[in-house]
Design a protein around this ligand. Structure first.
Ligand SMILES: [Zn+2]
Length: 107
C-alpha cells in the first residue's frame, strides 16, 4: 500500500506485520511510534480497514505534533470521516494532485 508517509517534518516508515501487540500483549490494528518514526499496521486487516487505521495513526501524529489533546473517539471518528469523504469525492484527490504539481513528495 504505502511504505512512507510524511507528517509535518517527520517521515514515518509504514510497516506491516502479521501479529501486532500492544504493551500488555493485546492485539492491535495499528501502532505509531514517535521515537522510531514508524507506523505499523496489522496485515490481517482488509484493505479498507487498513487504510482507515493508517488515517487513524496519521491523525495521532498530527495531533501529537500540534500539541492537541487526543481522544480515541475523536481520532477514530475523524479517520472514518476523512476516508469516507475521500472515497465519496474523487475530485478532491484530483484537486490535491493538481495543487502538488511540481512539488516533490515522499516516495
Ligand atoms: Zn488511536
Amino acid at each position: 500500500m504505502i511504505d512512507k508517509i510524511k507528517i509535518g517534518g517527520i517521515i514515518y516508515n509504514v510497516e506491516n506485520v502479521e501479529r501486532l501487540q500492544g504493551s500488555e500483549l493485546e492485539a492491535l490494528d495499528g501502532k505509531i511510534c514517535f521515537a522510531k518514526s514508524t507506523i505499523t499496521l496489522n496485515t490481517s486487516l482488509n484493505d479498507q480497514t487498513r487504510l482507515q487505521t493508517l488515517f487513524h495513526k496519521i491523525l495521532h501524529g498530527i495531533f501529537m505534533q500540534s500539541g492537541h489533546v487526543q481522544t480515541e473517539d475523536v481520532v477514530d471518528s475523524t479517520a472514518y470521516g476523512i476516508l469516507q469523504v475521500l472515497r465519496d469525492n474523487h475530485a478532491i484527490m484530483d484537486a490535491v494532485m493538481e495543487l502538488n504539481k511540481g512539488m516533490e513528495a515522499v516516495k
